[in-house]
Design a binder for this molecule. Structure first.
Ligand code: UD2
Ligand code: MN
Length: 361
């Protein structure tokens, strides 16, 4: 080869090397698109302030999101990869969209039979791929067995189709005493994390039945209010800052906020306190589009032991002051019974109102 040809070959090789390097840099920085980004790819998705946002402007509607990046904490590094399974697809392949909801209760055994692959205690992992999200589903509960049966009959098939690595934790408050939904959710978070390396928690009222399986119970980039559109409220947000019902939060987000308050005994206020914690911690509430975030609430009366809490308005004035000392780091409870059912883990807990509120009110 003469000198001129050698020079040309050298140049071609140089160009190929530089192009390879640039391509490598591009793909390693671009990151992975998010799950929600791909599911809602039909629309031009963007995070937009909710038009009815409160004065702090902290409410965002995750309505149209594309091309987001998956934060490193959700990427699934070495966990479970010893099994050598490929990561599950970004978009679960067998989602249906709108769901037929079941309103009849079945036995735990029947529900387990209808959901092959479900492990005792209500644990599930996809058999042929490694889940992208490890999610603890926490249900605050007392004396609503029929609702729980209806919920789990609907929920398991949806979560299985969503290819999540999940567990159902029913935190059952023993009598006597006033019901404390928020504290039960704190306890559920702690008890779930003791048992497995979950990345996030979904807190789930027992009476809300999801109507669309694109409402993915994945680990959110920001705290996510999932039950945005409920039939009881004509599928509209009753007020922009509402955070009750079903919500999802990562472990790190929840720990930064010190969880929920433990001080709300009886009905009401605990969800608004959490919405305020979210804002104080510098997070935003996000939501899926209203046509996806749909739920039916099973009709119910007010429960005995969960009467409206008259202290709730006073408590809501002190959220910022209480946040550092009232929450995960001030939990006090005992666990008389843990029961592994075919469809869920039931953790019965005893809490004492006087003990929690002593010197605080
Ligand atoms: C609203 C909120 C709920 C919560 C509550 C006030 C929505 C959609 N829901 O629900 O999240 O903020 O107001 O505290 O915004 N429970 C039992 N047994 C009881 C009492 C309550 O299991 O004896 C559990 C159960 O999971 C129930 C949840 O607590 O779904 C909320 O209680 P609710 O359904 O009576 O209250 P509701 O529908 O007004
Ligand atoms: Mn309810």
């Amino acid at each position: 080869m003469d000198r001129c040809s050698k020079f040309r070959v050298f140049n071609v090789l140089l160009v190929v090397c530089v192009a390879n390097f640039l391509l490598y840099r591009y793909f390693s920085q671009a990151g992975m698109p998010t799950l929600s980004g791909l599911i809602f790819k039909d629309a031009s998705l963007r995070v937009t302030p909710d038009s009815s946002a409160n004065s702090s402007g902290s409410i965002l509607t995750l309505s149209r999101l594309t091309n987001g990046t998956t934060p490193a904490s959700f990427s699934h590094s070495a966990h479970n990869s010893s099994l050598g399974l490929p990561l599950c697809p970004l978009v679960p392949p067998s989602l249906n969209g709108p769901l037929a909801t079941f309103k009849e209760a079945s036995s735990w055994e029947q529900i387990a039979k209808e959901n092959p692959g479900l492990q005792p205690g209500g644990r599930y992992k996809p058999p042929d791929c490694e889940a992208r999200h490890r999610v603890a589903i926490v249900i605050p509960y007392r004396n609503r067995e029929e609702h729980l049966k209806i919920l789990l009959k609907n929920l398991h098939p949806m979560l299985i189709r969503q290819q999540l690595d999940y567990g159902i934790f029913v935190i059952d408050q023993a009598l006597p005493g006033k019901f404390n939904r928020a504290m039960l959710m704190n306890i559920g978070f702690v008890e779930a994390m003791k048992r497995y390396d979950f990345q996030c928690a979904v807190f789930h009222d027992v009476d809300l039945i999801p109507e669309n399986d694109k409402n993915i119970y994945s680990c959110p980039e920001m705290p996510r209010h999932l039950s945005a559109a409920i039939d009881k409220f004509n599928y509209r947000l009753p007020y922009s800052g509402i955070y009750g019902g079903v919500s999802a939060v990562t472990k790190a987000q929840f720990e930064k906020m010190n969880g929920f308050s433990n001080m709300f005994f009886g009905w009401g206020g605990e969800d608004d306190d959490m919405a305020a914690r979210i804002a104080h911690a510098g997070f935003k509430i996000t939501r899926y589009p209203m046509e996806i975030a749909r739920y039916k609430m099973i009709k119910h009366n007010n429960d005995r032991g969960n009467e409206q809490n008259p202290q709730r308005f006073a408590l809501l004035k002190t959220t910022a002051k209480r946040m550092a000392t009232d929450g995960l780091n001030s939990l006090k409870y005992s666990v008389p019974v843990v029961e592994e059912l075919p469809t869920h883990l039931r953790i019965q807990v005893l809490i004492n109102e006087q003990d929690i509120l002593k010197g605080k009110m």
